[in-house]
Write a protein that binds this ligand. Structure first.
Ligand code: IVH
Length: 688
């Protein structure tokens, strides 16, 4: 991806024109006609061509400019606001460090490694500690006066802690939370949402006379007038000084700037910061490595575009541009009709993305999307990719409106469009088949013989409309079905009989109530002890269950109310009627919430917080993860899915990966499945 294809001389002129256009849009208002990765690749191809053909170098070339591109703004900068050279891999970073060492004739006295904040550079001028003027970077030599926005920028104080004359330099951005809020505010005012945080920050900084205000955040990473490149302060000391003056710096974040003594240490910190990218509350597009000492910086000096003592190790873009080919409408288990974008496949951070969520119809309208649009797609960490916004300026006129369904795509019934999320009016009955398959699944009622083929057959024959009907099936009815012999019939009837007495948590889970997966069902069941008590609970009572907030409690109560009829019939059929001693009224938990039900006291795992990873073997080989968790809870422990400081025991089977490593790092006791089974011998399910 980063190895640019060689350009021919005709392509060179085109490439320069394209890059110039993209840079102009980027620096003017933060919009872009190219994704970051594409822009970087283009500039590299241009640079490679120029190296081979220096005589043909165009004056317009982005490689020689301070900032690459025209921009508005006429207030000269005190000293140019430089850019950074980029490297794209650990090797390139090592090469860069080696070349700096050659230039200095020694290793730099130290390095500083910090996040490359994905926003816009600004300069904030203070006189006697009072903020006087804020400028955009513009073309690097002169910028635009945006002092009017200063009041909306967190981290850029109106008055510093000392009455100094100084120009702070840093990045203004929208944190993820500020971005979400900004788009809520904008849509409430009928404005189109921002495509991404960077575009939002750019638009906000330059906007005048908006009827609403949007809050931004400033991070300082440089200053003119306090030392630094030509003064006495090392970069890391400069950052501390900026923070002491009251400016916000990245020091307060997990990706805090760190002084490193060796290139190996630099590489480690770069990887660390890259690894925490998805979890940071703001976007970064790389990691910046700087020679820390002022003397080293002064000796290395700067080119016209970028300093020689600093470099950006770029990370793959999380926002990419691709084409929206189609919109599919999928009906979920509960009847929710959700739009999904079909995309021209695009690689985002090493993963090929062909589908992305579009949330709901209102969201499609808010974003003004059309079929055939070039769109921004965002993917970070493990999140589901999402379509952000169309590149409206790139429309050709061939784009088509997105057609919303007028009837349920699955059953043809009407759609309830009263909420943001559309639902089939039949709700979960629309998905009778899917609901039955789910309910019969291994972690729910575990009805062997009731897989998808059988479920479709039963629903299509009109024998089953919902879960309760499964428990009324007769031998004659089943025998009347195609491919249903006496043996399969008797086996299925026996499996249904076994399912009739499944414990409460399994029955609750089988209902597919939104907001209650396996572990939540276990918790609710243990808390209340009976289906009658669960059904009698109001939102407040339900919220006493660990991990249920007021919103989820309301959702569960309304879902259960919707299921009244089904629950009455199930009860009459003896399904889910078991009663156990409730753990409620439970004391309000004072510790942090943990996963898993309130454990019964006295088992071998009392007081233990247990995580299971890898594949189970020995007596536990046949157990699903849910069954393992049930076992742990029966034995008095708490089951959880992730290793943390609170974990006391890890059961690690074969192919245990990062959880095992983390547990070992934290000094947590690790048992293999056989050892664990021995510990729990009395609680193991009796083999069939
Ligand atoms: S240092 C002379 N440090 O990245 C020093 N820049 O691609 C020049 N940026 O124009 C900048 N985080 O807008 C520096 N920690 C950081 C940065 C950073 C983001 C931006 C800045 C710069 C651009 C270059």
């Amino acid at each position: 991806m980063n190895n640019a294809a060689p350009l021919s001389s005709g392509d060179y002129a085109d490439a320069v024109a394209t890059a110039t256009r993209a840079a102009a849009a980027y620096y003017a208002d933060g919009t872009t006609t190219l994704g970051d990765d594409e822009y970087d690749a283009l500039v590299r191809a241009i640079a490679a061509y120029e190296q081979a053909h220096p005589e043909e170098m165009s004056e317009q070339s982005p490689t020689g400019k301070v900032a690459g591109g025209a921009a508005e703004g006429d207030v000269p900068h005190s000293v140019p606001m430089l850019s950074l050279d980029n490297v794209f891999s650990g090797e390139e970073l090592a090469d860069w460090a080696a070349s700096l060492e050659r230039r200095l004739g020694r290793a730099p006295a130290g390095w500083c490694v910090e996040p490359k904040l994905d926003g816009l550079a600004v300069a904030a001028r203070y006189e006697a500690g009072a903020l006087r003027q804020v400028l955009t970077r513009g073309n690097g030599l002169a910028g635009e006066d945006i002092t009017h926005t200063a009041g909306d920028v967190l981290g850029l104080p109106a008055v510093l802690a000392e009455p100094v004359d100084v120009e702070l330099r840093g990045e203004v951005l929208l944190t993820h939370a500020q971005f979400e809020l900004a788009n809520e505010i904008r849509t409430a005012h009928g404005a189109v949402p921002f495509a991404n945080p960077r575009n939002g920050a750019a638009g906000t900084l330059r906007a005048k006379d908006r009827p609403y205000r949007i809050e931004l955040t400033f991070f300082a990473y440089d200053a003119v007038g306090l030392g630094g490149a030509d003064g006495a302060l090392a970069h890391s000391a400069l950052l501390e000084r900026l923070a002491a003056l009251g400016a916000n710096t990245a020091a307060a974040t997990a990706a805090a700037p760190q002084r490193c003594e060796s290139v190996a240490e630099v590489q480690r910190r770069v990887e660390e910061i890259a690894g925490m990218r998805a979890a940071l509350p703001f976007g970064i597009d790389g990691v910046v490595v700087k020679a820390d000492d002022a003397a080293d910086q002064a000796q290395a000096g700067s080119g016209s575009r970028a300093p020689r003592w600093a470099v950006a190790r770029k990370l793959a873009a999380e926002h990419k541009v691709t084409r929206l080919l189609a919109v599919e409408w999928a009906v979920g288990r509960t009847g929710v009709i959700a739009p999904r974008a079909v995309l021209e496949p695009v690689v985002i951070d090493g993963v090929t993305v062909s589908f992305a969520t579009l949330h709901n119809p209102a969201d499609i309208e808010r974003r003004g999307l059309m079929l055939g649009d070039r769109v921004f797609v965002y993917r970070a960490g493990d999140v589901i990719p999402r379509v952000e916004a169309p590149l409206v300026e790139e429309r050709t006129g061939a784009e088509q409106p997105i057609v919303f369904p007028s009837a349920c795509p699955r059953c043809g019934e009407a759609i309830d469009t009263g909420e943001q999320r559309w639902r089939c009016v039949r709700g979960r009955n629309c998905q009778a088949v899917a609901s039955i398959i789910y309910a019969a699944g291994r972690d729910q009622l575990d009805i062997e013989g009731l897989g998808s083929t059988r479920a479709v057959q039963l629903v299509e024959a009109g024998l089953v409309r919902d879960l309760a009907d499964v428990f009324t099936l007769t031998r004659e009815q089943l025998l009347s079905l195609e491919r249903m012999g006496a043996t399969s019939t008797d086996n299925l009837l026996a499996a249904v009989e076994t399912a009739r007495s499944r414990p409460l948590n399994r029955v609750l889970c089988a209902l597919g109530v939104r907001g209650t997966g396996r572990s939540m069902s276990r918790r609710i069941a243990a808390h209340f002890g009976s289906m009658a008590a669960i059904r009698a609970a109001d939102a407040e009572t339900l919220a006493a269950v660990e991990g249920i907030g007021p919103e989820k409690a309301r959702l569960v109560v309304s879902e259960l109310a919707e299921l009244t009829d089904l629950l009455d019939r199930l009860a009459a059929l003896g399904v889910g009627t078991q009663v156990t001693a409730p753990t409620a009224p439970a004391p309000v938990p004072t510790a942090e919430p943990a996963e898993g039900a309130e454990p019964p006291a006295g088992g071998p795992l009392t007081g233990e917080a247990v995580v299971v990873t890898g594949s189970m073997s020995g007596p536990l080989a046949a157990l699903s993860r849910n069954e393992m968790n049930e076992l742990i809870e029966r034995a008095g422990g708490k089951a959880s899915s992730s290793v943390s400081k609170r974990t006391t025991l890890l059961v690690a089977g074969e192919k245990a990966g990062s959880k095992r490593a983390k547990a070992e790092e934290l000094g947590i006791r690790v048992l293999d499945p056989e050892q664990f089974a021995a510990l729990l011998a009395d609680h193991l399910p009796v083999a069939a």
